[in-house]
Design a binder for this molecule. Structure first.
Ligand code: NAD
Length: 422
């Protein structure tokens, strides 16, 4: 099949190259010229394990461009552009709307049927109420008849994105017209997982409900963890016992400093904003965000139990990415922690294997170390913010360590050790 992918970020890049690996021809369209050049030079524009090899292997099956016209030569277009939060938490559809308009312009002069599939996470109703009228207006054609429209939410995890593309738990397709359903069924034929076909807005909601549930599980684990900490109970032992109940499941119970990333915070906030617009008060979702915003600052409270005045003290930060195995710092828990330490007058020295460049653009005033070891040797106390595998191989002997992510070696060796929820 000939596929075009609009937006070559974490989702678009992995999806497109995954489909190329499965034997399809893929065109990446992105407005970012640097990204286009990087992809055309055979490199990944983002850090994601196994992605470089996959790109190299499929070098002759894809190309990247800024020009939308080329999508006329493809059978199906995936919209994978970002859907960030507005100031008030509601979803910002600027990128989606402009992608839809550009697609519509191209479809105006295409005679053959073309399927447009929304992979970006969009609030229920967006595809039919916002995207559909834009494409119809620009193309002069009718949706579900002259062109197809569907939603195919993405569930990949950054850091495991390539693995998740090839091994999804399920594929959800929200579709109305028969032709688009057939195209998607053919495209996803090589996947043996459950495939759920729904209407369009149900598929949009499945994505939000999934993320809301996972985020709730994390904030729940953190709240129980906060109580455990006060009682001198190890929350990890507790959740081992809780997770053995098959109705509950042990995943996502790693109590700590909360969730970051480009999806959970923005998606939960967008769902809250939509619920309120509809007159529904989403009490649980609001509490999920509240717990998550307080959680990283627990590290500073614990640090101050051992160093009450942080002014002029050298505080080491291990990990800046929002989670290990990614260079993504969007909503990273390191951001509020570093902000608070700066307010307290601490001198910060930080290290992350992949995310230092991005973080330095946001915080040019702090020091960045060339290795994790240097952070340890040069600081009065160390805060572990992201659980990169290499942090479990460091020498923490004699240090004050405040651990937000439960790094076993630090637990065993540190001179003074405080876990956030244990
Ligand atoms: P991203 O910011 O990494 O990438 C978006 C890309 O779209 C960028 O390269 C940008 O230059 C490009 N772009 C913006 N406007 C464009 C336009 N009009 N035409 C062409 N290109 C354009 O975003 P992402 O993390 O890949 O997320 C994309 C969507 O997928 C979001 O809705 C997100 O919520 C959802 N999602 C993300 C993840 C994740 O783990 N990152 C997982 C599941 C779903």
């Amino acid at each position: 099949m000939n596929i075009s992918v609009i937006g070559s970020g974490y989702v678009g890049m992995v999806t497109g190259i995954g489909f190329a690996e499965l034997g399809n021809e893929v065109i990446f369209v992105d407005i970012d010229e640097k990204k286009v050049d990087t992809i055309n030079s055979g490199k990944a524009p983002i850090f994601e394990k196994e992605l470089d090899e996959l790109i190299q292997r499929n070098r002759n099956k894809y190309k990247a461009t800024k020009e939308y016209n080329i999508i006329a030569d493809t059978d199906i277009t995936f919209i994978c552009v970002g859907t960030p939060s507005r100031e008030d938490g509601s979803i910002d559809l600027t990128f989606v709307k402009s992608a839809a308009a550009e697609i519509g312009k191209v479809l105006a002069s295409k005679d053959m049927f073309h399927a447009v599939v929304v992979k970006s996470t969009v609030i229920p109703g967006t595809t039919e109420k916002v995207i559909k009228p834009i494409i119809e207006r620009e193309s002069g054609k009718e949706a579900f008849k002259d062109f197809g429209l569907a939603v195919n939410p993405e569930f990949l995890r950054e850091g495991n994105a390539v693995h998740d593309f090839f091994n999804p738990d399920r594929i959800v397709i929200g579709v109305r017209d028969k032709k688009t359903k057939e195209v998607l069924e053919t495209l996803y034929k090589p996947f043996s997982c459950s495939k759920l076909i729904t209407d369009i807005k149900t598929a949009e909601m499945i994505k939000y409900a999934s993320n809301a549930f996972l985020a709730t599980k994390i904030s729940f684990a953190n709240e129980i963890g906060n109580i455990c900490k006060k009682l001198g109970i190890d929350a990890y032992e507790v959740f081992k016992g809780v997770g053995l109940d098959h109705r509950i499941n042990p995943a996502f119970f790693r109590a700590g400093i909360g969730f970051g990333g480009s999806c959970f915070p923005k998606d939960i906030k967008a769902l809250i904003a939509k619920a309120e617009e509809l007159g529904v008060n989403p009490k649980i979702l609001k509490a999920v965000i509240e717990v998550n915003e307080e959680q990283p600052l627990k590290m500073i409270e614990l640090l101050k139990e051992h160093i009450p005045d942080l002014k002029g003290k050298r505080i080491g930060i291990l990990g800046l990415a929002f989670k290990p195995d990614t260079d993504d710092i969007r909503e990273s828990r390191a951001i509020p922690i570093v902000q608070k330490l700066i307010e307290e007058g601490a001198n910060i020295i930080a290290y992350d294997p992949e995310a230092m460049d991005a973080f330095a653009r946001m915080f040019p005033q702090i020091e960045y170390a060339s290795s994790a070891e240097k952070v340890i040797t040069k600081s009065d106390a160390v805060l572990i913010v992201t659980e990169w595998g290499e942090f479990n191989e460091l020498n923490y002997k004699g240090k004050i360590v405040i651990d937000g992510r439960r790094v076993e070696k630090a637990m065993k060796e540190a001179g003074i050790y405080e876990g956030v929820c244990w």
